[in-house]
Design a protein around this ligand. Structure first.
Ligand SMILES: Nc1ncnc2c1ncn2[C@@H]1O[C@H](COP(=O)(O)OP(=O)(O)OP(=O)(O)O)[C@@H](O)[C@H]1O
Ligand SMILES: [Mg+2]
Length: 396
C-alpha cells in the first residue's frame, strides 16, 4: 500500500496501520518519526514543563520567576530559550540547566534543547532610592577585628563577581589604612571629569579609595560628621556607572568610623570575616551585632586562615578550627565558607595581583569564588523576597 502526501495525523496513522496489517510488520517507529516531524509543540507545553523546575536558591519555579525568555520552537522541533539568572555568579547554574533540559525533553516531540544564559541582578532599591545612584546592591565586608583578611576577601570577592560577568565596583572605605590600591596594583585615579571623580579600573573592577585622594603617608584624621559627608561625597561624586554590586571594604572594629560608615551607606547586606579562634570570634560577633543593630542584613560569615595544608599532606589548624561555623550557628547567620592559608594570598596582595587572578585554580581561589557565589545568591534571595523593604538609617 502506498501512502502519499502527509494529511493529518489520524489519517496517516490509519494508513500506516493498514499497511502494517497488509505486510504483517508494525511500523510504529515510522509513525513515531512522522509524529515527531509534524507534531506542533506549543510554547504553553514548554512553559508548563519548565514551571516544574525550581530555582533552588529562590524556591520558586523558573516560569513564576520570569526567568524564561526568548522561547522559540523551530520547525525541526528544536526548542531554544534564554534563562535569565538573578546573578551571573549563580552557583547552581549546572543544576538548573540539567533540570530545565530534562523537563523540556520530556515534552513529546522535542528533538533537542538550546539554552542560552543571561542575567539581570535584582536591585534592592536602597542605593537608587536614597542616593539616586545606579548601584543595584552594596555589600559591606567587615569584622570586629583588624588584620583578619577583610580587604583580601573584599578584593577577591569583587574579582570573582567581575570574572563571572557582573558589573562590580569596590570602595575602599578604610579611611585609616586604605590597602585596596596596593592589593589591586593601582597608583592613581584617572583625571576627574569636572567635579566628578573617575574610578580606577583593575581586573574589570571599578575602584575608588581614600588612599588615592590623600598624599601617601599622610595621617588620616576624621571626625563623625565629616566622615559621613566624606562617604556620601565619596559615593555620590564618583562616576560609577551602572553597577550590579558595590563591595565596600570597611575599617576594622566597631568604632565610630565603622558605625558612621555603616549608617551612611544604604547597604544591602554585610559579610563578616573572622579567624577561627575564640578571640577573633568575640570581635566578629560584636561586628555582626553592630550591623544587626543598624538593621543591615548579615549575608554570612567567612572564616579566613582556617588551616594550612602542608606539603606532606597534613593539615595544620594554626588559629584553631570550626570557630566560623560555631559563630554562624550561635548567631543564626549563614556560614559562607572557609578560606585556607596560602602564602600566595599575601604575595598577591602585596604585588597587586589578587589570588583569583594569579592562581585561579588554587584551593584558596576556589573557596573565595564559592563564597562570592553564595553572597550573590544571598543578595538575590534578599532582593526578591517579600521582605526587601529594609529600614534605612540616615545619619546627617
Ligand atoms: N587566607 C590567607 N592566607 C594567607 N595570607 C592571608 C590570607 N588572608 C589574608 N592574608 C594576609 O594577611 C594580611 C592581612 O589581610 P588584610 O589586609 O586583608 O586584613 P584586614 O582585615 O583587611 O586588615 P585591616 O584590619 O588592617 O584592614 C595581608 O597581608 C594578607 O595578604
Ligand atoms: Mg583592610
Amino acid at each position: 500500500m502506498k501512502v502519499e502526501g502527509c494529511g493529518d495525523e489520524a489519517s496517516f496513522t490509519t494508513a500506516f496501520r493498514l499497511c502494517a496489517d497488509e505486510h504483517g510488520t508494525p511500523l510504529n517507529a515510522s509513525i513515531l518519526t512522522w509524529k515527531n516531524k509534524h507534531m506542533t509543540i506549543t510554547k504553553e507545553a514548554i512553559l508548563a514543563a519548565l514551571s516544574k523546575v525550581q530555582e533552588p536558591e529562590l524556591n520558586k519555579d523558573l516560569v513564576t520567576l520570569n526567568m524564561i525568555r526568548e522561547l522559540q520552537i523551530a520547525d525541526n522541533n528544536v526548542v531554544s530559550f534564554t534563562i535569565m539568572l538573578t546573578t551571573p555568579a549563580c552557583p547552581l547554574r549546572g543544576q538548573i540547566e540539567k533540570e530545565a533540559r530534562q523537563a523540556v525533553m520530556s515534552v513529546e516531540g522535542v528533538k533537542s534543547v538550546n539554552i542560552k544564559w543571561d542575567s539581570d541582578v535584582p536591585n534592592d532599591g536602597r542605593m537608587r532610592g536614597l542616593l539616586n545612584m545606579p548601584i543595584r546592591n552594596a555589600i559591606a565586608v567587615g569584622s570586629g577585628k583588624g588584620g583578619v583578611g577583610k580587604s583580601t576577601v573584599a578584593v577577591n570577592i569583587a574579582v570573582a563577581l567581575a570574572q563571572s560577568g557582573a558589573r562590580v565596583g569596590l570602595m575602599d572605605a578604610d579611611i585609616y589604612g586604605p590597602n585596596i590600591p596596593t592589593m589591586l596594583g593601582v597608583e592613581k585615579l584617572p583625571p576627574p571629569k569636572g567635579q566628578r571623580l573617575i574610578p580606577a579600573q583593575a581586573y574589570d573592577i571599578k575602584m575608588i579609595s581614600m588612599g588615592l585622594l590623600v598624599k601617601p603617608g599622610q595621617p588620616l584624621i576624621w571626625r563623625g560628621p565629616m566622615l559621613n559627608s566624606a562617604i556620601r561625597q565619596f559615593l555620590g561624586d564618583v562616576e560609577w556607572g551602572e553597577l550590579d554590586y558595590l563591595i565596600v571594604d570597611l575599617p576594622p572594629g566597631t568604632g565610630d568610623a565603622s558605625l558612621s560608615l555603616a549608617q551612611a551607606l544604604p547597604l544591602s547586606g554585610a559579610v563578616i570575616v573572622t579567624l577561627p579562634q575564640l578571640v577573633s570570634l568575640e570581635d566578629a560577633s560584636r561586628g555582626l551585632n553592630m550591623f544587626r543593630t543598624l538593621e543591615v542584613p548579615i549575608l554570612g560569615i567567612v572564616e579566613n586562615m582556617s588551616y594550612l595544608d602542608l606539603p606532606d599532606g597534613t593539615r595544620m589548624d594554626i588559629f584553631g578550627s570550626g570557630g566560623g561555623e560555631q559563630l554562624a550557628q550561635a548567631t543564626q547567620a549563614n556560614f559562607l565558607g572557609k578560606v585556607p592559608i596560602d602564602q600566595n594570598v599575601r604575595i598577591g596582595g602585596d604585588s597587586g595581583k589578587p589570588i583569583l587572578v594569579s592562581y585561579p585554580d588554587s584551593p584558596v581561589a576556589n573557596s573565595l569564588r564559592e563564597i562570592a557565589q553564595k553572597i550573590a545568591a544571598q543578595i538575590s534571595v534578599a532582593a526578591l523576597s517579600a521582605k526587601n523593604e529594609l529600614p534605612i538609617n540616615i545619619v546627617e
